[in-house]
Design a protein around this ligand. Structure first.
Ligand code: KIV
Ligand code: ZN
Length: 539
C-alpha cells in the first residue's frame, strides 16, 4: 500500500479566490475540522501577507502543537529573506515536533518568469543561489521545506533549468517537490509534453543524483478545463506523486483547485485497481460532508449536484430510480453515501412514481394500499401541479390529507331569519353528497354551532385553541384561522383561509376534524398494519 499524503490548501489557495476569505475565528474552526478528517498537511496561509495572516497561521500552529498528533502545518512564502524569516516565526510552535513546513515557490514557465520576476528572471545563476540559501535557512531553523516550481506544467524550454532548480532545492534540504499545473491547462493528450511525463523524468533524475534521498513528489492542479482531478490522479497512478494538493469543494484561484473530497474518494475507490501497486490515504472519509458543508457555508456556495458531497449526490426523485433504490440502495449510488457522511434521501417530484409516494405516506404513519397508490400519487401530482421542482414531505402530506379528507366542503352560505341564524354547507362526507343545514341557537357563533354538529355526528371533541389573523389590512384581506381540537386526549390542528373571517374559522374547524378522521380511519395503528420501508444499505 502506497500512502498518498493529502495536502489541504483550502485556507491558502482556497482563500485566494474572490469571496472565499474567512475571519480569523473561522480559519481556526476550519483547522479543527481538517484535523478531524485527518489530512496529512494543512497549508494554513501566507504569514507574510499581513499581520492577520501571520496570526492565523501562528494560532493554528500553537493549537496543533498542543496535540500529540495533528496534521503538519505548511505556510507559503516567496523566495525573500524577510518573508522566509517571518514564515519560520509563524510556524515556530510546531518546529520542535517536526510538524512545520515552509513552502517556497518560484515560477518556471518562460512567460510567467518574465512577467513575475522581471530582469531577475534572466539571472538564473543568482536564482539558483537564492533558492539554495533560502531553503538552507529554513532547514537550519528546523522546518521541512516544500519547493514548488510554479507553472511546472508550462515549463516548455525551461525543462533543464527546472531540473537544476529542483536539484538545487533538494541539495539544500527540500524534501517535497510540488509540481503545479498553475493555469489548469495540462492534459494527457499533450503526450511527451504532459507534465506527468516530466514528473517521471524529474523523479528519475533526482533519484540518480540523490540515491539516498526519499523525495515526496507532490501534484497541485487547477481546474480551468475541469481536469484537476484527472491530472492529479494521473500524477499518482501513472506518475511519481505521493502527495496531492487541493481544496475541499474544489475552491481556489479562478476555476479552483482539485477537489480534495474527489481525490480522496477516487483513491479510496480505485486505489486497489492497479495490478502492481495500491494506494490509500489516511483520511476519515465520513467527515467529508461536514467539512464540505463548512466550506460551502463560510467560503463559497456549493452547487447541489457537486460530486461526492453535494446536496443532490445521494438524493433521488425519478420514479425508476427511487423504485429500484427502495428495493436495493446500491443500484444508483457509486459508493455507500454513509462513507462520506451522507445518506440517501428522496424528493417527490413530477417524475416520481407510486412506490415512492407510498413509502412517504407510510413513513408518516398513514395507509396507502397497493391498489390505491397510483390514484393517490396522481391526485398529489395534480394538487401540486405547478411545483415542478419537487415537494417537501410537508407539502406532499398536505395533498395526501386533501385526498383522504372525509369532509369535503364545496360551498358555505349564511342566512338570517328573524333572530335565527342558519348556515348551509354543500359537502361530500365519506364520498356521499350532502346538504347540511345548521341552525345557530341563541348566542351561538357559526363555529360553536358547527362544533356541536360535528361532535354529535362523529366523536365529541373540545376546541383547545382558536386564532385568526389577517396578513394585510383592509376589509377584503384574507383571514387565516388556526383551530386545535382535542379528541380522546389526542390533538389535531386545522388551518384555513378565506376572505370572510367566519368562513375561515369554519373551514379550519372542518380541517381539524378531518385530521382526526384521517388519523382514525387511515392511520397505521399497529405493527401488523405497519409496512417498514426497506432501504437496504450496503454496509
Ligand atoms: O498554483 C500554483 O502554482 C500555486 C503555487 C504557489 C504552488 O498555488
Ligand atoms: Zn495553486
Amino acid at each position: 500500500m502506497k500512502h498518498i499524503k493529502i495536502f489541504d490548501t483550502t485556507l491558502r489557495d482556497g482563500q485566494q479566490c474572490p469571496g472565499a476569505g474567512m475571519s480569523y475565528t473561522k480559519n481556526i474552526e476550519y483547522a479543527q475540522l481538517a484535523s478531524q478528517i485527518n489530512i496529512d498537511i494543512l497549508e494554513a496561509g501566507f504569514p507574510s501577507a499581513s499581520a492577520e495572516d501571520f496570526k492565523i497561521v501562528n494560532q493554528i500552529a500553537k493549537m496543533y502543537a498542543q496535540k500529540t498528533s495533528s496534521p503538519k502545518v505548511a505556510a507559503l512564502s516567496q523566495l525573500r529573506e524577510d518573508q522566509v524569516k517571518q514564515t519560520i516565526d509563524a510556524l515556530q510552535p510546531l518546529i520542535p515536533s517536526d510538524r512545520a513546513i515552509l513552502h517556497v515557490y518560484l515560477p518556471v514557465a518562460p512567460e510567467l518568469m518574465q512577467a513575475s520576476l522581471g530582469n531577475y528572471a534572466n539571472n538564473k545563476t543568482q536564482i539558483l543561489a537564492d533558492v539554495s540559501q533560502m531553503i538552507q535557512m529554513a532547514v537550519a531553523a528546523g522546518c521541512e521545506v516544500e519547493f514548488s516550481p510554479e507553472a511546472y506544467s508550462q515549463m516548455a524550454e525551461n525543462f533543464d533549468f527546472t531540473t537544476e532548480l529542483i536539484s538545487t532545492a533538494v541539495a539544500a534540504g527540500a524534501t517535497t517537490i510540488n509540481c503545479p499545473d498553475t493555469i489548469g491547462r495540462a492534459c494527457y493528450l499533450q503526450g511527451d509534453d504532459y507534465f506527468v511525463n516530466h514528473m517521471n523524468i524529474h523523479a528519475d533524475i533526482i533519484k540518480s543524483r540523490f540515491p539516498s534521498r526519499e523525495i515526496n513528489w507532490s501534484v497541485h492542479c487547477h481546474n480551468d478545463f475541469g481536469l484537476a482531478l484527472d491530472n492529479s490522479m494521473r500524477a499518482v497512478f501513472s506518475g511519481p506523486a505521493t502527495q496531492v494538493e487541493g481544496c475541499f469543494n474544489g475552491i481556489g484561484e479562478r476555476a479552483g483547485n482539485a477537489a480534495l473530497e474527489q481525490c480522496i474518494m477516487y483513491i479510496k475507490t480505485f486505489g486497489n485497481s492497479q495490478p502492481n501497486e495500491s494506494f490509500q490515504t489516511q483520511c476519515r472519509t465520513r467527515h467529508i460532508r461536514k467539512i464540505s458543508d463548512f466550506v460551502s457555508q463560510h467560503m463559497l456556495d456549493r452547487q447541489p449536484h457537486w460530486p461526492i458531497s453535494g446536496d443532490n449526490a445521494a438524493k433521488h426523485s425519478s420514479g425508476g430510480h427511487t423504485n429500484a433504490i427502495l428495493k436495493n440502495s446500491h443500484v444508483y449510488q457509486p459508493f455507500p453515501p454513509r462513507e462520506v457522511g451522507q445518506s440517501i434521501s428522496f424528493v417527490f417530484g413530477p417524475l416520481s412514481g407510486s412506490n415512492h409516494a407510498q413509502s412517504i405516506i407510510r413513513k408518516h404513519g398513514f395507509v396507502c394500499e397497493n391498489h390505491e397508490r397510483q390514484t393517490i400519487m396522481q391526485f398529489i401530482k395534480d394538487f401540486h401541479k405547478n411545483r415542478r421542482k419537487g415537494l417537501t414531505d410537508e407539502e406532499f402530506m398536505q395533498a395526501y390529507f386533501a385526498y383522504r379528507s372525509p369532509i369535503k366542503v364545496s360551498a358555505i352560505s349564511f342566512e338570517t331569519f328573524y333572530d335565527e341564524k342558519h348556515f348551509a354547507m354543500q359537502a361530500q362526507v365519506f364520498g356521499a353528497d350532502e346538504q347540511i343545514d345548521i341552525v345557530c341557537k341563541d348566542s351561538d357563533t357559526a363555529t360553536t354551532a358547527l362544533h356541536r354538529f360535528l361532535s354529535e355526528r362523529f366523536e365529541p371533541f373540545k376546541i383547545q385553541s382558536y386564532r385568526s389573523e389577517s396578513k394585510e389590512p383592509g376589509r377584503h384581506a384574507d383571514a387565516y384561522a388556526t383551530i386545535s381540537i382535542a379528541v380522546n386526549d389526542e390533538f389535531y390542528r386545522g388551518k384555513a383561509h378565506d376572505h370572510d373571517i367566519e368562513s375561515a374559522a369554519l373551514k379550519a374547524l372542518i380541517d381539524a376534524c378531518n385530521q382526526y378522521l384521517i388519523a382514525e380511519n387511515y392511520g397505521i395503528k399497529n405493527e401488523q398494519d405497519d409496512y417498514p420501508i426497506q432501504v437496504g444499505m450496503r454496509d
